[in-house]
Ligand binder design. Structure first.
Ligand SMILES: Nc1nc2c(ncn2[C@@H]2O[C@H](COP(=O)(O)OP(=O)(O)OP(=O)(O)O)[C@@H](O)[C@H]2O)c(=O)[nH]1
Ligand SMILES: [Mg+2]
Length: 394
């Protein structure tokens, strides 16, 4: 039998070896400058595989194992120079959203960002107050930037016919449409549809992860979803999908069809039209990605195709005459202008925004040490469009 001190010695040696191994897989400078024989031979010769240990999601069939949370916690201070994407968390919020924002951010930090170390951009139509800034920065281990949205990007444009907009709101109140009464809600939907990616604080970034107040992240994230996006050429990432409330978008699809007729060049030949239409584009089946969670490529929204589409919708006025949401707008654009293989379902990321949640299943659940009940999962409920997505991607 081994004596206790000897066991300790072996344990410490194994720990040190493992740390070397982990460092080699994630730290570019260290990796490039060392050539000791600890690494499996495939890793030594093929740098792409090294980075894949943190870049790839569990689905990608990686050569390198995904580090455990314990490994990441142990190595987190040595990862400052790891390969990262030009990426940032984006949170649109009011000062009054502070508690909900802290809940979301604290979970993001504890599940992922304590080692990944991406910055945050907070946006508001008003000035953030000192309490908001202090308390959010307190729970964030990286840098938080706080920006004000310029008035034109937020408020109802002066050329909108307010009488017509008011009549639209009143009809929605009669029909009990959620947020049907609200002009600020419409401002928010229009801003998220057409403006957030143009905010100066986002100018230097390529990727964003949209986070809202009061959401939950259920699982440890031991790889870098931003690098997954970048390395696989993904442009749009999502977790939950569902059907839109039709009364909020009576003319969104007819406007979209007009746009397509005028701009057929923007439609991708391997698009996901069959996910959003059951009749080849004649009508919209209301399926959309739930945009309160998005990991996306900012340059897709900045592209000619999307900007032309947004400008067309803006001119039609439906953000105010109706109540077009950024979720159907983003989803229709992604489905039409992207290759369907550029749209990625992050099925390993456990997430809840009231009243729906995606709880990862099977191996994804154990791997992420998720704390949600796998049976409490919206994906295959009647109101979800995720089963349709899976079918289309078969
Ligand atoms: N600065 C600012 N942010 C807003 C305003 N309205 C909404 N938001 C933010 O925009 C995002 C979406 O708004 P929510 O109220 O969460 O809308 P929702 O997700 O459709 O609905 P619930 O979460 O169910 O209320 C959140 O990040 C909010 O904090 C606003 O008037 N000003
Ligand atoms: Mg919300």
């Amino acid at each position: 039998m081994l004596s206790v001190p000897r066991l300790r010695y072996i344990g410490a040696a194994v720990g040190v070896l493992f740390l070397f191994h982990l460092l080699a897989s994630i730290h570019p400078t260290y990796r490039d400058k060392t050539s000791f024989g600890l690494l499996p031979s495939g890793w030594r010769d093929e740098p792409a595989h090294l980075s894949s240990s943190l870049a790839s999601g569990p689905e990608a069939g990686t050569v390198a194992p995904i580090p455990s949370t314990e490994d990441l916690r142990a190595a987190k201070d040595k990862m400052d120079n790891r390969r990262k994407a030009k990426a940032v968390f984006v949170i649109l919020a009011r000062n009054s959203d502070l508690t909900g924002v802290m809940q979301s951010v604290k979970q993001m930090e504890d599940r992922f960002n304590y080692w990944a170390k991406y910055d945050y951009v907070f946006l508001n139509d008003d000035d953030f107050d000192d309490t908001f800034k202090e308390l959010t920065q307190n729970v964030i281990g990286t840098k938080a930037h706080y920006g004000k949205i310029e008035s034109d990007h937020w408020h109802q444009p002066s050329w909108i016919d307010e009488e017509r907009a008011k009549a639209g709101r009143e009809e929605m109140i009669r029909n009990k449409v959620i947020y049907g009464f609200s002009v600020p809600y419409r401002n928010m939907c229009r801003f998220n549809s057409g403006f957030f990616f143009r905010h100066p604080l986002l100018a230097d970034y390529d990727y964003y992860w949209r986070v809202e107040p009061d959401v939950q992240f259920f699982c440890d994230i031991a790889y870098d979803p931003f690098l997954t996006m970048q390395d696989n050429g993904y442009k749009y990432g999502w977790t939950l999908s569902l059907y839109e409330y039709e009364l909020t978008i009576p003319t969104l699809w007819s406007e979209t069809k007009k746009f397509i007729q005028e701009n057929p060049q923007y439609i991708h030949k391997n698009n996901a039209l069959s996910w959003i239409s059951d009749n080849g584009g004649e009508s919209y089946n209301l399926c959309h990605f739930w945009s309160n969670f998005e990991i996306g490529d900012l340059n897709f929204w900045r592209s000619d195709a999307y900007m032309a589409y947004f400008n067309h919708l803006e001119k039609a006025g439906g953000f105010y005459y109706e109540r077009w949401g950024d979720a159907p707008v983003h989803s229709i654009a992604a489905a039409l202008f992207l290759d369907r293989n550029e749209i990625h379902w992050f099925q390993d990321i456990g997430y809840r925004h009231e009243p729906f949640q995606h709880c990862p299943q099977g191996e994804f659940h154990s791997r992420g040490k998720c704390w949600c009940d796998p049976k409490d999962n919206f994906d295959f409920e009647g109101y979800s469009c995720t089963a349709r997505w899976i079918d289309m991607m078969k």
